[in-house]
Design a binder for this molecule. Structure first.
Ligand code: ZN
Length: 305
């Protein structure tokens, strides 16, 4: 009897402090984002009008994720949910749509931030030619499109604060345009034959295509086999056949396969890049803008030396 009684109090108390959505948070729009880059971007554009809850934390792979009980509650209560798309969250049958389906979220509240971005495809493995590369956000030009999409989505959900979202987005877009210029200038400063970007995952395809870099990589995407002897051999062949000033590893990968490539080719691992996540708070690259700046500085430092 006592247990049942206490249980009832607990449920009542929980309802009192967690009544859904806007009421308990000074009228702020409750936004859920799938990973850290979107979390930061939406915080910048939403400013004081939004409260952002992010699903995949730093250090966890956004390609495959198991939502926690708190994630399920936030996804259910959200006024808007933002995801990358282009298969980052596993596509139509991936973890994100499983989550939004399970809480019966209204599809008009779910926004794909890469809407209008031309997909690029991972090639190389037989039968995988049609697989979309999700990592469009590593290209600042795509960041511009995603910012516009986030702004429009917030205005749709909360038209009352349209002017504020536009103002925040304009300031953010100005910075992204400056960063795009910085990418152009710094890559122009790298001798043409040295414009070769070698990383573990093929996470920089959109960036390489935008700014004219040649790509080398060990594996196409984190969700498949990473660093098999075949994959390593193939990159060693690539490095030996190209003028590669230095190798890179990403903040979220096992560095051992690249160490093998380095040993076998005599080319140093000379830089670190952020791919699927921003830096930890206080680290360089701990916002989307500084992630982009950090990456171009590393690329320039290693390839232009
Ligand atoms: Zn990735």
């Amino acid at each position: 009897m006592i247990v049942v009684f206490l249980g009832t109090i607990f449920i009542l108390a929980a309802c009192g402090t967690n009544s859904s959505g806007k009421d308990n948070s000074d009228g702020k729009i409750q936004v859920v984002t799938t990973f850290t880059i979107l979390e930061d971007m939406v915080n910048e554009i939403g400013g004081d009008q939004v409260e952002v809850y992010n699903l995949v934390p730093i250090g966890t792979d956004p390609h495959e994720y198991e939502p926690l009980p708190e994630d399920i509650k936030k996804a259910s209560d959200a006024d808007a949910l933002f995801y990358n798309g282009l298969n980052l969250e596993g596509g139509k049958h991936g973890w994100f749509f499983k989550l939004t389906d399970s809480v019966e979220q209204d599809e008009n509240r779910i926004f794909k931030l890469t809407d209008g971005v031309e997909p690029m495809y991972l090639t190389g493995e037989k039968g995988k030619e049609e697989e979309i590369n999700p990592h469009a956000f590593a290209n600042p030009n795509v960041g511009i499109k995603m910012t516009e999409n986030a702004r429009d989505a917030l205005i749709k959900v909360d038209p009352e604060h349209k002017a504020e979202y536009e103002k925040n987005a304009d300031a953010y877009l100005d910075k992204l345009k400056e960063i795009d210029q910085e990418y152009q200038d710094k890559i122009a400063d790298i001798p043409e034959e040295d414009r070769v970007l070698v990383t573990s995952e093929r996470a920089f395809q959109y960036l390489a295509d935008q700014y004219g870099l040649k790509e080398g990589y060990i594996w196409a995407i984190d969700t498949e086999e990473n660093g098999t002897p075949e994959q390593i051999k193939s990159l060693i062949h690539f490095v030996k056949g190209n003028d590669v000033p230095g190798l890179f590893v990403e903040s979220n990968v096992d560095t051992r396969p690249m160490e093998t490539v380095s040993k076998e080719t005599g080319v140093e691992i000379a830089g670190t890049l952020y791919s699927d996540e921003i830096g930890k708070p206080g680290e360089e690259g701990d916002t989307y803008l500084s992630y982009l700046e950090y990456n171009i500085n590393e690329i320039h430092d290693v390839l232009a030396k």
